[in-house]
Design a protein around this ligand. Structure first.
Ligand SMILES: [Ca+2]
Ligand SMILES: [Ca+2]
Length: 100
């Protein structure tokens, strides 16, 4: 029986491959695949993003080796930074509710 964290890790891997396997290199996300992933998995985050080419900008930031695609290592950095942000909101919320 896998632990909760192990299940989370397995989910991350499965989700990445679900999208990265759609076209081209099976182990990398191209811009179209990344866009679908963001829309389907991060709809709530993207709602606030008004920029015309938000996906392009996100990819530029994450694409460390500059091959215009995201491998798992590059993708996981996005998850890590979003998780850190979520935790900060969570801590803020705890502080706020603690005051009252
Ligand atoms: Ca691909
Ligand atoms: Ca890359």
């Amino acid at each position: 029986m896998a632990s909760q964290l192990e299940q989370c890790m397995a989910s991350l891997i499965t989700i990445f491959h679900t999208y990265s396997g759609k076209e081209g290199d099976k182990f990398k996300l191209n811009k179209t695949e990344m866009k679908t992933l963001l829309q389907e998995q991060f709809g709530n985050y993207l709602k606030g993003v008004q920029s015309k080419d938000a996906v392009g900008e996100i990819m530029k930031d994450l694409d460390v080796n500059g091959d215009q695609e995201l491998d798992f290592k590059e993708f996981i950095l996005l998850i890590a930074s979003l998780t850190i942000l979520c935790n900060e909101f969570f801590l803020e919320h705890l502080k706020e509710t603690g005051k009252k």
